[in-house]
Design a protein around this ligand. Structure first.
Ligand code: GZL
Ligand code: ZN
Length: 343
């Protein structure tokens, strides 16, 4: 019996040395790059956790691609990318996960403006800087985030209103009673709040502009089509549709055509959109189905990259950093515009 015991012990010792798992041994390479284990990345990468909203629109797809392209290994980054699937609680969970993993920076694109104080306080207590990208937050203490880089949504709304003002003047319709409806984006999101407020500033200047109704299409094509169908049933005379993003616009165009009506410069209903973040929106303008599209620049990652590099050098950064944007319309040389842009 005794002999057997010695033999078993010997076998066990051999097994331990053979596998080299004395506990201190180097982890096999593939395990080192396991998604959730970023500690091994710390030495030579800036570890960034990005809590993205979802994939609800062409803008969002372009915005996510911008982050994946910019925050790559050759740029000195290790990116943890979490898709919130359009739910705030998923984004909050993602931020808590980044804190647990002790990332160097958290980038957050907050789906709505409120409900972030607690989790941003946790990030601050963990000493992790938070950079807001695209949409912004309303919090008690502005010190809970380092800075926000994105669009001036109110300016976007004003640009849409001014474009309509000029167009109606040019058409000799500046005294006519104009009936408008608005497809709003996700209620409470910075883009929805800003675009509605900015357009409303111009709306107030025209007693003959009658806004029949605001309703949310949640920035998606299907909801946009559903709401536009409802609008067409409720109002026999719609002169203008303000649609707070292109995907809702594509849905609205379908609904208008299904109702046997037409829109765009070639049609009877004026339609103005936001984003201009995909080829489809420029095609809609070239086909005469869409009058104007206020750009919402999705390529924010290079700006966030520049901010992080400046913070790494110990520099301070401005609290708010707007990206450049313009209003495109069907009457421009859109072929040239598209050549100059990324699509
Ligand atoms: C605006 C962005 C909005 C886009 C929509 O910066 O947050 O969210 O306008 C997207 O297309 O869904
Ligand atoms: Zn009318």
């Amino acid at each position: 019996m005794k002999n057997l015991k010695w033999k078993l012990l010997l076998l066990l010792l051999l097994a331990v040395f053979a596998s080299g798992c004395s506990g201190q041994g180097e982890k096999p390479k593939d395990e080192r790059f396991y998604e959730d284990d970023v500690t091994s990345e710390r030495e030579d990468h800036i570890v960034v956790g990005f809590a993205q909203i979802g994939s609800e629109s062409d803008y969002r797809i372009a915005n996510s691609a911008s982050f994946r392209e910019t925050f790559c290994e050759k740029n000195g980054y290790y990116l943890l990318f979490e898709d919130g699937q359009q739910k705030q609680e998923n984004q909050i969970k993602a931020v808590r996960n980044f804190i647990l993993q002790e990332v160097d920076y958290i980038v957050l694109d907050p789906i709505v403006e409120t409900g972030w104080d607690e989790v941003l306080q946790e990030a601050k207590s963990a000493g992790i800087p938070v950079i807001l990208s695209d949409r912004s937050v309303t919090v008690e203490d502005e010190g809970l985030y380092t800075c926000w880089v994105g669009s001036d949504f109110e300016e976007e709304g004003r640009m849409a209103g001014l474009w309509l003002e000029n167009y109606l003047q040019a058409e000799g319709r500046d005294e006519e009673e104009i009936h408008l409806v608005t497809l709003q984006g996700t209620p409470g999101s910075s883009a929805q709040i800003g675009r509605t407020a900015g357009f409303s500033e111009i709306l107030q200047r025209h007693g003959n502009w009658n806004m029949l109704e605001y309703a949310s299409g949640d920035f998606t094509q299907s909801k946009g089509q559903e709401v536009m169908t409802q609008f067409l049933k409720s109002y026999p005379d719609i002169d203008v549709v303000i649609s707070e993003n292109d995907n809702m616009t594509f849905g609205a165009i379908e609904a208008i055509e299904e109702a046997g009506k037409t829109c765009g410069p070639a049609g009877e209903i004026i339609i103005i959109s936001f984003d201009a973040a995909s080829e489809a929106s420029f095609t809609a303008m070239k086909e005469g189905k869409l009058h104007a599209d206020v750009e919402c620049n999705p390529f924010l990652a290079p700006k966030v990259d520049e901010i992080i590099k400046r913070l790494e050098r110990g520099e301070t950064v401005e609290k708010i950093q707007y990206v450049e944007e313009q209003c495109f319309d069907a009457f421009m040389d859109l072929d040239t515009v598209m050549e100059e842009r990324k699509y």
